[in-house]
Design a protein around this ligand. Structure first.
Ligand code: PRP
Length: 176
């Protein structure tokens, strides 16, 4: 058995931070039509809230890539599971991630998307590990430690993505 453990970031804190990020992005992209690229599946909740916090017309698209490695920390090869529909040449692209952990996925995606000739390329990550390379992230929601986090799109073996807050995952070894 397992359960959602203590709350790390409350629903209210998430809403407030997403509003701030949306306001910054609105100001930074004024006059530049924006394409949000969400990285599935984890980013789907954040992407939905962020898109509505940006007071500009935005286009949306999604990509899905998978990495092979340990279950709680990604590592190894990344491959495209679902590509964009949109031609991003000359577009202002903002890559939306739920969490940057080892930054393997983000680095792979940035290299791939940059090769397609966007007008600009930035990253907005809701969460970034304190020990990850954050130099490639233009917009960060929260910097966190090495907790195994779930909720607000993030999963443990595909569960708990629907939680409204971000929790620390607590595996249970015994049932009660
Ligand atoms: C997680 C998370 C990020 C990525 C971060 O995705 O959603 O996309 O890993 O890890 P990294 O910085 O070490 O590359 P996951 O592969 O678990 O897929 P999911 O989004 O479908 O849960």
């Amino acid at each position: 058995m397992s359960s959602a453990g203590r709350v790390l970031v409350t629903e209210g804190e998430l809403q407030a931070r997403v509003s701030q990020l949306g306001a910054r992005i609105t100001s930074d992209y004024h006059g530049r039509p924006l394409l949000l690229v969400g990285v599935l599946k984890g980013a789907f909740v954040f992407m939905s809230d962020l898109a509505r916090a940006i007071d500009l017309p935005v286009d949306l698209d999604f990509m899905s890539v998978s990495s092979f490695g340990e279950s709680t920390r990604s590592s190894g090869i990344v491959r495209i599971v679902m590509d964009l529909e949109t031609d991003i040449r000359d577009r202002h692209v903002l890559l939306v991630e739920d969490i940057v952990d080892s930054d393997l996925k983000m680095t792979y995606l940035l290299e791939l998307l940059r090769s397609r000739g966007p007008a600009s390329m930035e990253v907005c990550a809701l969460l970034a590990r304190a020990d990850s390379d954050q130099s490639q992230i233009g917009y960060t929601g929260f910097v966190i430690g090495d907790e195994f986090v779930i909720g607000y799109g993030l999963d443990a073996a595909e569960r708990h993505r629907d939680l409204r807050s971000i929790h620390v995952f607590e595996p249970r070894t015994r049932s009660h």
